[in-house]
Design a protein around this ligand. Sequence first.
Ligand SMILES: [Zn+2]
Length: 672
Amino acid sequence: MIRSSLSLAMLLAATTVSAAGLHGINPDDINRHGDACTDFFDYANGNWRQQNPIPDYMDRWSRRWQSGEVNKEHVRDILTEVSAKTDSPKGSAEQLSGDYYAACMDESRVNQLGIAPAKPWLDEIQAIKTRDDVQHTIGHLHEVGVAVPFVLYSDQDLHDPTQVVAMVAAGGLGLPDRDYYLKTEKRFVEARAEYLEHVAKMFVLAGAKPAEAEAAAKTVFAFEKRLAEASLDNVALRDPKQQDHKMALSGLQALAPAFDWAAYFDAAHVPKIDLNVTQPKFLQQVNTELATTPVDQWRTYLRWHVLRSAADALPEPFAEEKFAFYGKYLSGATEMKPRWKRCAEDTDNQLGEALGRAYVEKYFPPEAKARMQDMVKNILLAMRDTIDELDWMSQPTKAKALEKLATFNPKIGYPDKWKDYAGVRISRDSYWDDLVAASRWNVADDRARIGKPVDRSRWGMTPPTSNAYYNPSLNEIVFPAGILQPPAFDVKAIDAVNYGAIGVVIGHEISHGFDDQGAQFDAQGRLANWWTPEDNKQFQAKGQCVVKQFEGYFIEPGIHHNGKLVLGESIGDLAGAKLAYRAYLKSREGKGPEPTIDGFTPEQQFFIAWGQWRGDETRPETQRTMIQGDPHPIAKYRVNGPLSNLPAFREAFQCKVDAPMVRPQADRCDVW
Ligand SMILES: [Zn+2]
């Protein structure tokens, strides 16, 4: 408890308090030698970054990520408290989360058990002799969430979102995406060599001789490369139309006849109704592998994915080797997170709604929820007014857009209905067994939805998560309590700061309903066009402006953002800042101006709040990984990109028309 309150105090230490007892931005974070109109990212937060180097275990750092790490301390405090009790009723939230955390924290027990807990899985794989055996083992691994080589999960029917159907999707790769297997640029060639070495090392840790391990790694790589060739790339994966292939089970059977789909669905207790295959070409490749790849290669491939999925629950050398590739090589972190952080994260990941109730009781008071509801309402109204005023959209399309906006469902803080983890058995004996039990429960819980009407009360993130999302099929915006913490959101902050930080996030999530993806879903959450051809043409052209803007942002010579990949997030940031600012001004009508703090006007504080919350320092390795696969631009351009398009920013800081933070009128992007 002491440690967490200290961190919180640190977080707020630089804050200046107004006469009304409300604080504004953090003036000490500002780089006073910088210039707001030249590089706002550097200006708003440069001093903070200078004084707060990225911790060894993180891949990026800002007040935003710091706040996320404070959440983990809060989660740790809750888990430490509940795990100290040994008399919690079996199956209660306290027993489940407390014992899970305790088993994870018992590192000497994990080390003492060695690889033994994984043995039943590895033995089953070793015993595979026939193609039928391969199929059975794939089914068993899916029951605990190992995605080889495809995955089955539940989601809403793209054309009838009132119903939940099975999705059969691509999986099975150990590198981040298909390009890592195929592209010829140096960084991908190098990543492949590192990956081969990593896979071999994991096999050695599991008992293979070095020469065997090397050969096995090559087998794994060749197998995955064939899957990668049949996979969609990251830009195509953003297009819901490319993943819309509804079919009957007989259609899937015809697509991939080497697999007995009826038997697989029966074993998974999934009804054999119409389903969606996200990537038919990938499934055809899986079929080829089943039909032609020797069984011993399948054994090698499956063994690798068990080791990869389970490394964190095995003795430290496995977790360390996994970190060496994914954490160090791909992300640039130099040290593993302390065990308590990994255990707090994993407990939240597996049993987040068991500990989430205690979390919100402590860290999300009712007045915070009320203030958030008010902001969300105001920003939705700002979107309504914005749509009303658009000069490029015809009345029929506007009517559809407003209809969609009216059905938005905001979820704030925590679910109204908590998950009941009945039946999951967690004890302090073995972290591995707990991980398997919790994964099995989560997979079964997900599959149980298939064939039923959608349950709108479910959440896709746990309450302590420092993040937010938009779901187009449900047309909902979701803000877990974990992101509604200082400095994103603070009941003790002036409105300018709350609207500038969490307000822009709210606007961002609303705008996802109208970005390159979201705009393809209608008010009911169907993948269905509601645009006139002419309006859609205008919308695409406006998006193209953003694509072009981000294509011009480099992280190092020769490597720039992929404009199409970051389009949705960048529409979200641009519209989010604009909507939040509009809502902020309106919310102050009749209330008088907010205080100028340290010489900064409320309007300036609005933008500084965004720069300070969003202003990550990012490791070069993480930048490279992000630029390849992350639909979010790096923080520097998430700050400077949208603001350089906004006249309100220019006015707030009185920038000259030719300043770097002011895009020339002809290049200025404005979508919503
Ligand atoms: Zn987003």
